[in-house]
Design a protein around this ligand. Structure first.
Ligand SMILES: [Zn+2]
Ligand SMILES: [Zn+2]
Length: 183
């Protein structure tokens, strides 16, 4: 299996490397970082000052540059844009099983969003955890309620910090039916 990582807007190379390394180490899935796509203007909601995640996925997947999207292989968009999705005020990650893609927003995973100092280490950790989590969903895993398991839901950035990058034993057993984990 191969996961395509597609930056949307400005995403540093260092962060992309961290996330791809994290996915490879944790899930044993190969990754490839693709060319940057432009943040679509049409998914922006000026009242909310956020992008509609589902609309953005739709626009990106129809975009010329995204023609390499393969519905059999998961793809992961990473964007700096702040996202919302139907019932949620904001979203760290949104999956679209039809296109077999996920999108992660870094906006609210940044420490500076909460008035704290810039911490790029923590940002890398958070984005990696959300990436492993959303790929877990794409592999068919549901939420797990062990707070340290990467598959536990994270309503806040603090919850992301409480979990590890790896799955608990039970989730590993489920995932190993679909992929071969590195351990
Ligand atoms: Zn989830
Ligand atoms: Zn678990």
């Amino acid at each position: 299996m191969l996961v395509r990582i597609i930056p949307v807007g400005t995403v540093s190379e260092k962060l992309l490397k961290e996330v791809s390394g994290g996915i490879e180490n944790t899930l044993g899935i190969k990754t490839r970082v693709m060319e940057n796509l432009v943040v679509p203007k049409e998914s922006y909601n000026a009242l909310r000052r956020q992008h509609d995640a589902d609309k953005m996925i739709d626009l990106l997947c129809k975009n010329q540059v995204a023609q390499y999207i393969d519905r059999d292989l998961p793809a992961l968009f990473i964007t700096d844009a702040d996202l919302y999705a139907d019932k949620m005020n904001f979203a760290f990650a949104v999956e679209d099983p039809v296109y077999s893609v996920s999108i992660i927003s870094m906006a609210r995973l940044r420490t500076e969003f909460y008035g704290q100092g810039i911490n790029l280490y923590l940002l890398g950790e958070r984005v990696t955890k959300e990436a492993v989590h959303t790929l877990g969903h794409q592999l068919g895993l549901e939420h797990c309620f062990r707070p340290t398991c990467v598959m536990s839901p994270s309503p806040s950035a603090g919850d992301v910090d409480k979990k590890q990058k790896i799955m608990c034993r039970d989730c590993e057993v489920k995932a190993s039916k679909v992929i071969s984990l590195p351990r």
